[in-house]
Design a binder for this molecule. Sequence first.
Ligand SMILES: [Cu+2]
Length: 160
Amino acid sequence: MIPNLILRHASRAISIAAVAMVAITFAASQVEAQQSSVVVRDAWVREAAAGRAVTGAFMILENKSATARALVRGTASVGDTLELHEMKRTDGMMSMAPVQRIEVPAKGETALRPGGYHLMLFGLKKPLVANDTIQLTLTFDDGSTAQVAATVRSMQGRMP
Ligand SMILES: [Cu+2]
């Protein structure tokens, strides 16, 4: 009888531990999914023909809070990697480069648009056709995230 009792206690301890693990995991995912004070609107992504593995995404970032925020990273449902980019004119030439963060002032807005800040999506898994919708997950410097639906638009011959 004694081994049986020990066994029962052991399995109970395990199930308590399992419940605790689930609770911790749940709490962690709650933190991760915290809604950002930055609201995203007018999100769109440039159409990408078959064989084209790169495109740009654009939107307005609106900071509803009284604290400055910054976009620090993101992922896209359709690509392998997402980089934050800035396009600017240097010595009369337009060029783009990755940036660490895109600042969004307190109670203010930052526009991501062709010729300025944008998101660069690499490793596209399939062509992006006008009027399709893709999903972006954006993470800000406070760890909050925003889920964004971006519409695919055609934008012939323009960079990025
Ligand atoms: Cu770019």
